[in-house]
Design a protein around this ligand. Structure first.
Ligand SMILES: NC(=O)c1ccc[n+]([C@@H]2O[C@H](COP(=O)([O-])OP(=O)(O)OC[C@H]3O[C@@H](n4cnc5c(N)ncnc54)[C@H](O)[C@@H]3O)[C@@H](O)[C@H]2O)c1
Length: 388
């Protein structure tokens, strides 16, 4: 870095100043990367960035042309638009989007390999509200050998936090796995090496789409087995131990969504843990049904794969334990469920089901969409996602 900065400085292409006004007046773009350390309560200490925002605003007061301010420090979603913008507008007497543009472009370089990472980042993400600002940043960063994505300012802020959280999660997963391996005399490098060789399900975008809770006959059971194994060998795996409780919170969120509608009759479109199967074991939709029945709501269910007479073994036993009156809830046709319900919870991910449902919904229906129904905004009734 020192050599690079010295060379740039000698070439005359770079000047250094401690005067924000001088920097703003002599340039078109400001890249702002001051520190955002943790405050004692875990929040971000924004004092440096806010002091600087005031300086930049005062500098803008005396500038006749436009300017693009690009925040690159890692900051929480909403910081640029809700915290920084009012300061810059107040100090400049000018408006974001008119006289200047406030953008957020996360920085993906890592300490120790910063120059290499700068030259070859995973991607460029620009959060901006105006094309003019995006165009300026494309001129500056478009040559980098990576994709250039544009998004909202808030999403760009969130992406950076999520990237760091994901990296921390990956490290912790590898380390918890290593502790478990070690306790059983298994080579953790061999195990993690093999895990990383699966680029179909493991190192891929599989399982990384927001949706409803997971369930089924494998994931919950095997997580419980893992935690039991760890306990046997006095190993604590707090991250893995947190997975099932977090998954249950997602079911509770769906329950709260239904209760918030204040309606009393609910239709479930889908009951099995996964579309295209009749496997009801640990289905999060069965858990949802149990809780709604417990709250005194009336329920009806449509699932084209679930035929009670054909359920066998552990699958049959599970549903008999959890929804003993399932035979009185199941309907053969989707329109019967729609007619009997004020709220419809859609967990089946099936285009034909979406199309049929759209035909039978009434304007007074509330649809709770756990399956990400495409183009649901055009439906003739209220469609709510769980988190979207
Ligand atoms: N370190 C990394 O690898 C990395 C990677 C991506 C993002 N980030 C983010 O970038 C930001 C900066 O991180 P860092 O590690 O470089 O922090 P740092 O504390 O090492 O550096 C911050 C710099 O900002 C300067 N500064 C403070 N107030 C200023 C002001 N008013 N005017 C001009 N300069 C001022 C400080 O003197 C310091 O040199 C943080 O938000 C961090 O989360 C860091």
């Amino acid at each position: 870095m020192v050599d690079l900065v010295a060379a740039a400085s000698r070439s005359g292409r770079m000047r250094v100043t401690s005067d924000a006004a001088e920097a703003v007046l002599a340039s078109e773009i400001s890249l702002i990367c001051v520190g955002t350390p943790s405050a004692p309560n875990g929040s971000q200490d924004l004092s440096a960035i806010l002091r600087l925002a005031a300086d930049l605003g005062r500098a803008m007061r005396g500038k006749s042309g436009g300017h693009v301010f690009v925040f690159r420090s890692t900051i929480a979603p909403g910081t640029v638009e809700e915290v920084i913008r009012p300061v810059v507008e107040r100090e400049s007497g000018k408006r974001d989007g008119e006289h200047f543009h406030l953008c957020f472009q996360p920085e993906f370089l890592r300490e120790g390999t910063s120059i290499r990472d700068y030259d070859k980042p995973p991607f460029t993400i620009v959060g901006a509200n105006h094309q003019a600002a995006v165009d300026k940043l494309r001129q500056l960063f478009g040559h980098l050998p990576c994709a250039f994505h544009t998004t909202s300012v808030k999403s760009a802020e969130m992406v950076k936090l999520c990237c760091n959280n994901f990296h921390a999660l990956k490290i912790t997963f590898a380390n918890e796995t290593a502790r478990l391996c070690d306790a059983f005399g298994v080579d953790p490098f061999e195990v993690m090496g093999l895990i990383c060789k699966d680029t179909q399900l493991n190192i891929s975008s599989a399982y990384l789409k927001p949706g409803y809770a997971f369930g089924g006959s494998c994931l919950p059971k095997d997580l419980r087995a893992t935690l039991y194994l760890a306990k046997q060998r006095d190993q604590e795996l707090p991250m893995m131990a947190g997975i099932l409780p977090s998954n249950r919170l997602h079911v509770e969120r769906a329950v709260e969504r239904v209760l918030a509608t204040k309606k009393r009759s609910v239709g479930l479109i889908g009951l099995s843990f996964k579309t295209g199967t009749d496997d009801l074991r640990e289905s999060p939709t069965v858990a949802l049904a149990e809780q709604l029945i417990g709250k005194g709501l009336s329920l009806s269910v449509f699932d084209p794969e679930v035929h009670l007479s054909k359920l066998l073994g552990a699958n049959k036993k599970f549903i008999e334990q959890h929804l003993p009156h399932i035979d009185t809830l199941i309907r053969a046709r989707i329109d019967e469920v729609a007619a009997a319900s004020e709220v419809l919870i859609v967990s089946l991910n099936d285009k034909a089901v979406f199309a049929r449902l759209r035909e039978v919904v009434r304007p007074d229906h509330v649809v709770i969409d756990l399956a990400r129904i495409p183009e649901s905004s055009a439906w003739p009734c209220r469609v709510e996602g769980l988190c979207w």
